[in-house]
Design a protein around this ligand. Sequence first.
Ligand code: FAD
Length: 447
Amino acid sequence: MSNRTCGVIYWFRCDLRLHDPVALAHAINRAQSLGGWLLPVFVHDLRGQAMTPWGFERVGPYRRAWLGMALQDLQSQLRELGSDLIQAWGHPAQVLSDWAQVLGQALVVCEDIAAPEELGDIASLRQGGTKVETVWQSSLMAPLSLPFEPAQVPDLFTSFRQKLHHSSVAPTLPAQNLRALPPLPPTAWLEAAQAAVGRVPRDLPTGQARPDPRGAFAWDQAALHGGERAALAHLAQYVKRGLPHSYKATRNGLMGLDYSSKWSPWLATGALSARTAWAAIDGFESAQGRSDSSQWLLFELLWRDHFRWLHQKHGVRLYGARGLGSAPAPKHHEGAFERWRRGQTGQAWIDAGMRELAATGYLSNRMRQNVASYLIHDLDCDWRAGAAWFEHCLIDFDVYSNQGNWLYLSGRGTDARANRRFNPVVQAQQYDPDGSYRRTWAGAKDQ
Ligand code: FAD
């Protein structure tokens, strides 16, 4: 097993796909220039099993099940290309450094994730002597196309959007699809690599949980499978049925699949790339004409981008109790938080939302805003506890969007308004006038 310094380990993170393969294409080029092999890997992070300070496991069963589907589809596609996906369970930096060592100081290539824990993993790998190259790929706009340094992004979303608009920045086109992959390392090396991480328990459940069929995103249906192929089919049908033209009018809906795009669960695992979603809308606009509504989808994806650049700018400050503000640290009431988490506050509008979230792993944007506001402003609880519960539940958990939205609603982030409280009674009347959402999930019509 000499001269193994000729291969690349491609570490799939939140990019479980083969389309728009920016970081993966870089890894392939590196493998080819080294004249060697490419080993695609995924590491199930054992930190997801840790208990949060708020009294529950960090990653819940729906997220595991959703991730398991994306991995299954990715592995089967990689096998069709003559490659494979090797999975391990453990601490990513440890597992990857073990692999890199056993495979002759292999180069690790992966996507860049600008969140503290994920950056910490890369730093640990490098400190341990592993060679790592990271590639930024998860935003709609390429960092170099921005009219400012990412770390100088305007804090206010409106200023950010206007700056992009005035400098006519367009989303980057998706990268070309892959046709082939370099070979895997020789079998003996692969076996050695697997043995090196074999001491880690392999029985972590990828999850058999299934969502309640009443949910807005009933992802146990075949069409809503968590893999890349279902993601692309979902996107294609969304466009084919002309839904971008009705999005703006329906986006505040609560029930059913079509009131919003439902891209987020696939975007979160990377089974769908944001640029591919946008390219589909762009193609739709070329064929069917542009509308306020179709443009609103770009606007929403820009929120997603904005939270990414805010992470580059503010980093770990987004995670402290006081956020970016100077107001005193939030209070917390454990009993009230528990009732909120279990959908037992006695406020049917809020309880309905919390029950849908817990029973399906998905919740509409309207209800996310309402339940978050209620926890922070009505129950006077710590926003970080709410963010942690969303992280546990949401199959579309995205570290940037979750942290950013929670901080925003807590008034400690980048919202120009300090107190964005949603009045639950007014909101319920406006968005659930006949009480059907509350009846479905909380069994009652609210006062
Ligand atoms: P659509 O309404 O169809 O929007 C299209 C896409 O635009 C979404 O898929 C998403 O990528 C993006 N988008 C829309 N609204 C937002 C927003 N406010 N912030 C960032 N991106 C947005 N979204 C996540 O993807 N992951 C999260 O972990 C997450 N946590 C949230 C926590 C709170 C407290 C709140 C209020 C919102 C959160 N969101 C999060 C944003 C938003 O609720 C979801 O993106 C949206 O509901 C997903 O459904 P959809 O794909 O049908 O969205």
